[in-house]
Design a protein around this ligand. Structure first.
Ligand SMILES: *[C@@H]1O[C@H](CO)[C@@H](O)[C@H](O)[C@H]1NC(C)=O
Ligand SMILES: *[C@@H]1O[C@H](CO)[C@@H](O)[C@H](O)[C@H]1NC(C)=O
Ligand SMILES: *[C@@H]1O[C@H](CO)[C@@H](O)[C@H](O)[C@H]1NC(C)=O
Ligand SMILES: *[C@@H]1O[C@H](CO)[C@@H](O)[C@H](O)[C@H]1NC(C)=O
Ligand SMILES: *[C@@H]1O[C@H](CO)[C@@H](O)[C@H](O)[C@H]1NC(C)=O
Ligand SMILES: *[C@@H]1O[C@H](CO)[C@@H](O)[C@H](O)[C@H]1NC(C)=O
Ligand SMILES: *[C@@H]1O[C@H](CO)[C@@H](O)[C@H](O)[C@H]1NC(C)=O
Ligand SMILES: *[C@@H]1O[C@H](CO)[C@@H](O)[C@H](O)[C@H]1NC(C)=O
Length: 470
């Protein structure tokens, strides 16, 4: 009963704030939409005065901050990242987290300070709220405990008596977005699935009015994804360790929203972002010219040419076959795929992207709409092939085709023989755990496709390209 009552009150207060917000909307526009320097000065003062108070050592944490208020523009941006009870909590306290299976995202719609040395975020304390001590690791793969253990921790504090907020060294007029570039990344699938797409989902609606703060900053990573980062923020990514100062912001987002493998789901937070919105954003970021496969006059087929594991052993014959069927063929090895500024244009001009299941297929996201993603599915990797590259390809508006190999086409047949469980019962190997599965099917297998059967799949690809209309 008590709870119901509380719930009811929460809801009333949310409705009230929504109503007040709607009434204020024109005003907000006038104040923040205009370039009035007076408005900017007022905003800056609000943030700065908090620090003036702090410098007065005789003031306790609680006395000077009671008036700290978020500005409506920040409120509008961060509130899209929480829903339901989390949103109610945001309105009541200025801070809230969306905790999910794969990632934690915390937001503050009120001014915060970040001490870059210790990666501590100080929320504005308030007498009416209990003190708080919370940590999160700003990377979207919570279930991978080993990976997560390498991710720098962010400590979030409010009103801890013996740890008062330090004074600001630098004051910003846009919100901070804290994320990890992913310690030990270097696998293009993980880079896109766990950082780049989550960055897009979490921040695209900020319209570049945000400051990225990277923990685990990697210069090569920032340089590799420069085109994407500059299309999400007007400011250079900050390296928290190198900076080492105290920065003050009108609000903050800590951690990134994750939906699924290489996926954007329109019904999940922040709402309305589809995989097609993401591929459009990618085309804009890299200035890719081709939107639809129909715009390509002479069909081009690219083969992702793996060299060590899951190698296509008769790649030369496949090149000859594709050439005979009228394709111009390009082969690219994974180690030639790190310069995205070149690669994205190359892939964007292809009608067909062909490769054995593996991280390189992530580059399907540069293909024009209705181009063919042709995945060669090795033995024992059906589930991964579907979840990692087939489902996302369909959501991106590509035409997905696959060539599932028979035991005769796998190097595993020769190694284990026809009657071994590796060949006859992959499910039994899967049951032994990821390491066993990995050793056998992921690292221990090469492929020699049956050319007469493969021809059928390639012919189908040529038909699909010709038939597709914008
Ligand atoms: C925010 O600060 C930047 C400089 O850091 C300045 O160029 C910009 O005009 C400011 N914008 C607002 C809205 O205050
Ligand atoms: C902040 O302090 C300055 C003087 O230190 C004062 O002029 C200004 O009005 C204050 N701003 C706010 C928003 O309280
Ligand atoms: C610091 O705060 C105390 C208590 O409110 C006040 O008496 C004092 O004048 C303040 N000092 C300065 C430098 O603002
Ligand atoms: C926050 O809590 C952790 C453990 O729960 C503790 O180690 C840490 O010292 C606390 N930080 C502060 C500032 O109280
Ligand atoms: C998208 O999210 C909704 C709500 O969480 C879920 O029901 C739906 O299955 C998701 N769609 C896909 C394609 O995963
Ligand atoms: C996503 O795509 C749809 C359909 O093209 C479009 O109406 C919508 O505005 C896009 N959303 C964003 C955030 O770009
Ligand atoms: C797969 O092929 C590569 C390149 O020829 C070779 O180095 C590797 O040992 C082969 N792996 C297996 C399991 O046969
Ligand atoms: C290749 O595939 C064709 C057509 O499916 C089949 O008739 C032939 O026996 C296969 N060749 C080998 C060596 O398995």
């Amino acid at each position: 009963m008590g709870n119901l009552n509380k719930d009811y009150q929460w809801r009333i207060s949310v409705l009230m704030s929504a109503a007040v917000f709607l009434i204020l909307l024109p005003l907000i526009y006038v104040v923040f939409g205009s370039n009035s320097s007076l408005a900017n000065t007022t905003r800056m003062n609000k943030i700065l005065n908090w620090s003036n108070g702090r410098n007065n050592k005789s003031l306790s944490n609680h006395q000077f901050v009671e008036e700290v208020q978020g500005d409506p523009a920040t409120d509008l941006l961060v509130r899209r990242l929480v829903r339901g009870r989390d949103l109610i909590k945001l309105d009541a306290t200025g801070f809230s987290c969306d905790l999910s299976v794969n990632s934690d995202v915390c937001v503050s719609k009120e001014p915060i300070r970040i001490d870059m040395r210790s990666m501590t975020v100080y929320l504005s304390p308030k007498q009416s709220l209990p003190s708080m001590n919370w940590t999160l690791r700003p990377y979207a793969n919570k279930q991978a405990s080993e990976t997560m253990s390498f991710i720098r921790k962010v400590e979030i504090l409010r009103g801890i008596e013996d740890k008062p907020p330090p004074p600001c060294d630098v004051t910003h007029n846009v919100s901070a977005v804290i994320f990890s570039t992913g310690a030990f990344s270097g696998n293009v699938f993980h880079e896109f699935s766990e950082v780049i797409i989550p960055l897009f989902l979490t921040t695209y609606h900020f319209r570049s009015q945000l400051q990225f703060v990277a923990v685990d900053y990697e210069a090569w990573w920032v340089s590799k994804y420069n085109h994407i980062l500059t299309h999400l923020s007007n400011y250079n990514v900050m390296d928290s360790v190198k900076d080492g100062k105290v920065h003050c912001f009108p609000g903050a987002v800590m951690g990134l929203k994750y939906h699924d493998k290489l996926a954007c789901n329109t019904s999940e937070i922040p709402g309305g972002y589809s995989a097609k919105n993401f591929t459009k954003f990618i085309r804009d970021s890299f200035s890719l010219k081709i939107n639809h496969v129909m715009e390509i006059e002479n069909p081009v087929l690219m083969i992702i040419s793996r060299k060590r594991t899951r190698v296509l052993l008769n790649e030369n014959e496949i090149v000859a076959l594709a050439t005979e069927l009228g394709f111009r063929v390009i082969t690219v090895a994974p180690d030639q795929m790190s310069n995205l500024n070149v690669l994205s244009h190359q892939i964007n001009s292809c009608s067909v992207l062909l490769g054995v299941h593996g991280a390189g297929l992530t580059n399907e996201l540069f293909l024009p709409e209705r181009a063919v993603m042709l995945q060669v599915v090795p033995l024992g990797l059906e589930w991964a092939s579907a979840a990692y590259y087939s489902d996302p390809a369909k959501q991106m508006g590509l035409t997905y085709l696959e060539y599932k190999i028979n035991p005769e086409e796998s190097s595993l047949l020769e190694k284990y023989g026809k009657y071994h469980p590796v060949i006859t019962d992959p499910a039994a190997i899967h049951k032994q755990g990821y390491l066993a599965l990995r050793a056998v099917y992921i690292d221990g297998q090469n492929v020699t496709v049956n050319l007469s059967r493969f021809r059928g799949t390639l012919v189908q690809a040529t038909k699909l390209i010709r038939r597709s209309t914008p």
